[in-house]
Ligand binder design. Structure first.
Ligand SMILES: [Zn+2]
Length: 215
């Protein structure tokens, strides 16, 4: 599995393409730049080959582009069940769409379960439930390559996701970070900013230090 990084522009989340026989797109940005991102993705893999779009959580800067991505690829869109159910019922406060001046659109979602395994070629990604930033935040963990797509749970260079948004919880975020620290990751791919290849433990230690000292 090869991880392609498409840096988020403006408020957009990063978009990752996990490329193998059965590619997976992770997160979709706000939708404001969906055409450009889809064009970029199509240079790497035919869009119709993308059968799955996984959202790390329901915030609008990750989910806003999902409808357009779904239209272009025909893929199913996955979100943890703790969020898929309220989002399909139109819970815009959970999606914080208002913060981005947008309305939450109707979206057909496939609920993901904790511990579910997603195959991507010869790799197997496990869905870890890592609440704190939002109630249904997930991390996709590939044990074999010691890599994880971490959403907004943790960022490079000592940042962590906000816990003051609807359904956020500092205690849960601390537990989720601790859990990530135990995975012995080498590589981590956050939802915003840069990613870490080889030195994930340093970034996780920085994040733990930030949260312990600051709060
Ligand atoms: Zn978020």
């Amino acid at each position: 599995m090869k991880v392609h990084y498409l840096a988020g522009v403006g408020y957009d989340s990063n978009v990752y393409l996990l490329e193998d026989e059965d590619p997976i797109v992770v997160d979709t940005g706000t939708g404001m730049y969906a055409d450009t991102i889809l064009e970029e993705l199509s240079r790497i893999v035919p869009l119709k080959k993308v059968g799955r779009i996984v959202l790390t959580h329901c915030h609008y800067d990750h989910l806003g582009g999902a409808a357009e991505f779904q239209k272009a690829t025909g893929a199913k869109v996955y979100l943890h069940e703790a969020e898929a159910i309220p989002i399909m019922a139109g819970d815009s406060s959970l999606a914080i769409s208002g913060m981005f001046g947008q309305k939450l659109k109707q979206l057909k979602l496939e609920p993901l379960k904790t511990g579910q395994k997603l195959k991507c070629g010869s790799s197997e990604l496990e869905v870890l439930h890592t609440p704190g930033h939002s109630p249904g935040s997930i991390v996709l963990h590939d044990k074999e390559s010691r890599s994880a797509i971490v959403g907004d749970t943790v960022f490079c260079d000592g940042g962590v996701g906000r816990w003051d948004l609807p359904g956020g919880d500092l205690g849960q975020l601390i537990s989720s970070l601790k859990r990530l620290g135990e995975l012995e990751l080498k590589n981590m791919y956050p939802g915003h900013g840069s990613y870490a290849e080889g030195d994930a433990p340093m970034h996780l230690r920085l994040a733990a230090k930030y949260i312990e000292e600051g709060y």
